[in-house]
Design a protein around this ligand. Sequence first.
Ligand code: 6MZ
Length: 335
Amino acid sequence: MKQFLKGLPKVELHAHLNGSLGVDSLRDLAERLYGSAPEKLLELCFIRCEKDLDACFETFKFVHELTATAEGLRYATELAVRDFAQDNVQYVELRTTPKANAHYSRRDYLEIVIEAIIEARKKYPDILVKLLPSINRAEPVDVAEETVSLAVELAQSYPHLILGIDLSGNPAKGRFSDFAPIISKAREMGLKLVIHCAEIKNPSEVQEMLEFGMSRCGHGSFLTQKEIELLKQRNIPIECCLTSNVKSGTVSSLEEHHLKRIMEANAPKVICTDDSGVFDTTLTQEFLLATETFGLTRRQCVDLTLEAVHHSFATDQERKKMAERVENYAASLQK
Ligand code: 6MZ
């Protein structure tokens, strides 16, 4: 099964750039920047099974140190693309929060990532990469305003690359209602919205988010069965990130993961990594866990991948090509 899943031309729809650097990539990055990769630093960039979501957000700070220069950010972007390509991911929508520091502005940040994606695709032509700038809900609202206006502007120059806006960050911080007017503006300007929703228990906020609407729902761990039905009626997929949820403690075990309830309800879903680096996983591994835990067959894994193709923000033509790759792979194994 593992070999089958590795070879499957997979589709990744929920991946945070700074969370998506595997250990080898972190080592390569640290060596490039500092001439060596102290093991202590590498250890700090990984989340153990601490079952503490707040601790996860602390971990990102160590990775962020490695991407705090233009060179670090550029190379990290290339490495993240490399890691997905090596896992045979044929399409990834990378999300990342534009940051400002002494080395770059938020505009620079996005431009560096865009250029790095364009360059990386020359090295890894089999993977298609899209970008979703993120709003970090733990940051002030005016930062979100800047992010949205940059995303809207850059989407005009790179219409096939910047496709939407992500709302993420520590769900215990910030209020959705404060960000709703800004992300509403993004939607009016034609950007898709992916929203981290129900990652922790917050029924009133979940209700606000569902009323507001979104193209895809991130995590959805605390959605009630009624809310899952509502998403089903609206054809909004839930981005399920098994290892992330278990390691960060928002779901108690793989067996208890809400993917099971979503599958039973036959509601739309996609399997994603979230932060393949810091959670030490791959998309292949996430599918493997789903097959081992819920008994998915190979055909179900193919269908889940086709579902991800369908819910991606790629063009019709791109989606058609991706679906063909998946079907051809499945057919080649039956011969
Ligand atoms: C919410 C998350 C997240 O943007 O610096 N992020 N937000 N829930 C999660 N579940 C574990 N995992 C990552 O990538 C790292 C940032 O993505 C968001 C956080 O804001 C984190 O700092 P970028 O590339």
